[in-house]
Design a protein around this ligand. Structure first.
Ligand code: 13P
Ligand code: ZN
Length: 285
């Protein structure tokens, strides 16, 4: 059996957590990551027949999550109350590897949460988001939640409808429409760590890889840690530009016609939310 601390998937996870911390997205215990692992790869490092303990699903309260669609799947998940800044130096305390039980009713701990801890209180939202994304993209592996400063600030001052929020972000940097052509989903303020916010997030995840939680943060999903990180990074960059502009009048903006040019040159005609742009019909396809 190889040493799990040398596993590339764990090292990449640790480095991602450190980068998120350094960018100011994850103060204190803010944020959480879940990463679906390949069973064969994990078997090189862990005895998959050895379950350390069963852990019931729960957020800030008990959860009635039915995780049957991901039964048997293995996830590397940050621990509740754990600081992102400490994941890299002590992954075995600050993260864990869990397998979803065969009946989808709880998780089996295979490694980690060494101090008796448990997975993030946002696990219901993570697993529901994984299930939603897998239904539209079988290659989805990552769900990432964090509190990026500028995106969070923007949710205080910008109207929350998805068309206008997505459109504003797209205009804040030329490549935004290329990176998230489907726009962003937006939820109003809701109580975090509950099944309710999980259901609402997962509903949005059918259409969007980015879901904003007003006055709280962001959820991102993707095929890899890098892709998901890059998605959040791009949204946060756009929100930063929005905040730097502040109330000064915009003299030179990216027009919807400019965006149509980008959409055609990058061949994202089938994924872009055309209804988030105000263009005549003949300019749309
Ligand atoms: P956890 O410490 O339970 O992961 O919660 C952090 C958080 O960001 C809640 O939304
Ligand atoms: Zn949070």
């Amino acid at each position: 059996m190889k040493d799990i601390l040398t596993a590339p998937f764990l090292i990449e996870f640790e480095k991602t957590a450190s980068n998120m911390y350094r960018l100011g997205w994850d103060e204190r215990n803010g944020g959480n990551i879940s990463y679906m692992l390949d069973e064969k790869e994990v078997a090189e490092y862990l005895d998959l027949n050895h379950v350390i303990r069963d852990i019931p699903f729960a957020g800030i309260q008990s959860s009635s999550l039915d995780a049957r669609p991901v039964a048997g799947k293995i996830f590397l998940v940050t621990g509740t109350g754990k600081y992102f800044k400490n994941v890299e130096s002590d992954p075995e305390t600050n993260a864990g590897i869990i397998r979803i039980a065969k009946d989808g009713s709880h998780a089996e701990l295979l490694w980690g949460y060494k101090d008796g801890g448990r997975f993030t209180s946002e696990l219901p939202a993570h697993l529901m988001s994984h299930m939603a994304r897998l239904a539209v993209d079988p290659e989805n592996r990552v769900v990432m939640h964090c509190h990026p400063t500028n995106t969070l600030a923007m949710t205080y001052v910008h109207p929350l409808d998805e068309k206008s929020f997505s459109h504003t972000l797209w205009t804040m940097s030329t490549e935004c429409v290329v990176v998230f052509p489907e726009g962003v989903g937006v939820l109003p303020w809701m109580l975090c760590g509950t099944d309710e916010i999980g259901v609402a997030t997962a509903e949005k995840m059918h259409d969007f890889r980015i879901v904003l939680w007003t006055n709280h943060g962001i959820y991102g999903a993707g095929k890899t840690l890098d892709e998901t990180f890059g998605l959040i990074e791009t949204v946060e960059k756009a929100a930063t530009i929005y905040n730097i502009i502040g109330t000064r009048p915009i003299l030179n903006n990216i027009s919807d016609e400019n965006m149509a040019e980008l959409i055609h040159i990058f061949h994202i005609e089938d994924t872009v939310r055309w209804d988030f742009l105000d263009l005549p019909e003949d300019k749309k396809h």
